[in-house]
Design a protein around this ligand. Structure first.
Ligand code: NAD
Length: 366
């Protein structure tokens, strides 16, 4: 169990507050049941922070984040803030907090719950038993590289430009996380790059090959990102752990999300070197369904479980939450994104309540 047990809760925008409220119910229950001694502080990030503090990430919020063991985040962004200058948009707050806290390792498990085989747009035989872990580099690559901007070129025309760069040490530290994760799973690691075109990823491939001998139990393979996108939907079960850069990981993990039936099922962890981390669903703030009580809270609840596993080192509490989510799916309760015929439609808060009830009955039966 980590020494510092303060959790900063950042509900964010859109459906963020609705889904985070359900994860809090579940965390409160395991906090009691496992006597974890967690304490919670709430803050603002993204659009809600712009409304309250005038900036997407206030210094005071960042300071609380630095003093916390972990952060639980809903999602940020929405049409209300879309016309703001790029430099002060809600998403800048998210990129800033990831970079300030050096949350370089983004873990995105894509696991298909057997109860949801019908909710995937792919054939059940293609996705059943799916269990992939995407390890995405989060604080480097083209999303952070400089120079960047929009300038006038020699023809007097505007041109947008970004920089895709990775240093050896950045590649090595994410590579080692991925090898370690693979060594605890099925021991297969696929590194995804575009080494046939981009120099930055030629180096990426070289560094992965260089560190591979330190993990002789793990079988390393390489794949170009365009092929990886195709293979993910053709034969996703060929993958165990996938490691890739920031932009490719962003795109591939959304594709992997759909394999599991809904992006509303996908949790994530973003870890710093010391094990502290930020935990959030892979999806955005879903403004199209905000306020309707129809958002799927499972990705956020499962993110809270990842927090207990990776930062707070209480895997038994994480296991209890994940098992309870499975039993709620067994009951047939579904938000619209994962609904299929014969199931029962349930609201966001009903799913959170059902997970808490399952936790309570699991505790009662010992
Ligand atoms: P989105 O992930 O918010 O929504 C995509 C689709 O998935 C929508 O149809 C939405 O209704 C659905 N969806 C997402 N989460 C769901 C859930 N829990 N339950 C049921 N359905 C769900 O992506 P978008 O529409 O491209 O972006 C909306 C806003 O979110 C934008 O402002 C974007 O910048 C922001 N965004 C934030 C994050 C983040 O906070 N990490 C990530 C992606 C997008």
């Amino acid at each position: 169990m980590a020494k510092n047990k303060q959790i900063l809760v950042l509900p964010g925008d859109g459906i963020g507050p609705e889904i985070v409220a359900e994860a809090r119910k579940v965390l409160d229950k395991v906090n009691d049941a496992f006597s974890l001694g967690l304490s919670f502080v709430e803050g603002h990030l993204g659009g809600s922070a712009i409304d309250v503090h005038g900036v997407p990430l206030a210094d005071e919020t960042l300071n609380i984040a630095r003093d916390s063991a972990a952060i639980l985040l809903g999602a940020v962004g929405g049409p209300k803030w879309d016309d703001l200058d790029h430099s002060v948009r809600p998403e800048r707050g998210l990129l800033q907090i990831r970079s300030e806290l050096k949350l370089f390792a983004n873990l995105r498990p894509a696991v298909l719950y057997p109860q949801l085989a019908d909710a995937s747009t792919l054939k059940p035989e293609v996705v059943s038993g799916l269990d992939i872990l995407i390890v995405r580099e989060l604080t480097g690559g083209i999303y952070f590289g400089t120079p960047r901007g929009i300038r006038e070129n020699e023809n007097g025309e505007r041109e947008g430009f970004n920089t895709y760069s990775y240093s050896e040490s950045e590649i090595e530290r994410i590579g080692r996380i991925a090898f370690e994760m693979a060594s605890k799973r099925d021991k297969r690691l696929c590194s995804v790059d575009k080494a046939n075109v981009l120099e930055a990823t030629i180096l990426w491939r070289e560094v992965m090959d260089l560190i591979a001998p330190d993990y002789p139990e793990v079988e390393l393979s390489h794949m170009y990102v365009d092929n990886a996108a195709m293979q993910l939907v053709r034969e996703p079960k060929q993958f165990d752990v996938v490691v890739t850069g920031n932009m490719f990981g962003d795109i591939l993990s959304d594709a992997a999300a759909m394999l599991t039936g809904s992006i509303g099922m996908l949790p994530s962890a973003s870890l710093a070197k010391d094990g502290s981390g930020m935990y959030e669903p892979c999806h955005g703030s879903a403004p199209d369904i905000a306020g309707q009580g129809s958002a799927n809270p499972f990705a956020t609840i499962l993110s809270a479980a990842m927090m207990l596993r990776y930062t707070l080192n209480v895997p038994e509490a994480a296991d209890a939450i994940e098992a309870s989510v499975g039993r709620v799916l067994d009951q047939g309760l579904r938000t619209p994104d994962i609904y299929s015929e014969g199931c029962t439609k349930a609201a966001t808060s009903e799913l959170g309540d059902a997970v808490v009830e399952e936790l309570v009955s699991a505790m009662a039966s010992g």
